[in-house]
Design a protein around this ligand. Structure first.
Ligand code: ATP
Length: 225
């Protein structure tokens, strides 16, 4: 269970990006976070990835307060939280395999186990045949799939994705979202920031709506028409 309790975030020198946000996400749920540009979607996800810290309020996951995690504990936390970005942030001079392997190298997983897990992750995203290729030789949708494989390779409890389909055509975007739904089906909690309303509606999952940093609507999956 993820719990946001009266969470606010003010960037240095900026205005309040998130204001008194309270909500819960049960384990194994998939939810979208939507809202206008600047509404605070990325900020919300960054707080969960410990890329940013709240100015006020508290966030916890499975009863553990994130504020208790110090800088030295952040790498360990990041192995529990897989992150996918719009621009995928792949290392372009490393093979697909090496990119996906990276979180396991950082996590000091033994080599044979790494290879097994990397291949399992690549198989899940349908890219097993591409492991020796460089990302530049792949299409935009395939590159995003490599980013997803990297995010799930350490078997995170939570998967967060910030506009993961922003650069993709509608068909590819739908395929990527379906992939996220598959991870939810095997028990991963999934949070996706997106402003693509038609796509969100098709997915029929919970939708959290932000407006100027405030939570203005929270629709259960069955309320999404
Ligand atoms: N590092 C930062 N320093 C100062 N202000 C920031 C920083 N990051 C974001 N902001 C501001 O915080 C607000 C929320 O930004 P955020 O990126 O979370 O919104 P968003 O909903 O993800 O927007 P978009 O859809 O455009 O990515 C915006 O007003 C933005 O300008």
């Amino acid at each position: 269970m993820i719990q946001f309790d009266q969470v606010s975030k003010r960037y240095e020198g900026g205005h309040e990006a998130l204001s008194q946000l309270s909500f819960e996400v049960p384990d194994g749920e998939m939810a979208f976070v939507t809202g206008h540009s600047g509404a605070g979607k990325s900020t919300l996800l960054k707080l969960l990835g410990l890329i940013e810290r709240p100015s006020h309020g508290s966030i916890s996951m499975d009863g553990k307060k994130l504020s208790k995690i110090r800088a030295s504990g952040v790498p360990k936390w990041r192995r529990r939280v897989g992150m996918v970005f719009q621009d995928h942030r792949l290392l372009m001079d490393r093979t697909v395999f090496a990119n996906v392997e990276l979180p396991l190298v950082i996590g000091a997983v033994a080599r044979a186990e790494r290879a097994r897990r990397v291949r399992a992750a690549l198989e899940k995203v349908g890219l097993l045949a591409y492991e020796r290729q460089l990302p530049a030789t792949l299409s935009a949708g395939e590159q995003q799939r490599v980013g997803i494989a990297r995010a799930i390779v350490a078997r995170p409890a939570l998967l967060i994705a910030d506009e993961p389909t922003g650069n993709l055509d509608p068909q590819l975007a739908l395929e990527i979202m379906a992939l996220f739904a598959e991870f939810q089906q095997v028990g991963t909690t999934v949070l996706v920031a997106s402003h693509d309303l038609p796509l969100i509606k098709r997915m029929k999952k919970r939708v959290i709506v932000l407006d100027h940093g405030r939570l203005v609507a929270d629709l259960a999956a069955q309320e999404v028409l």
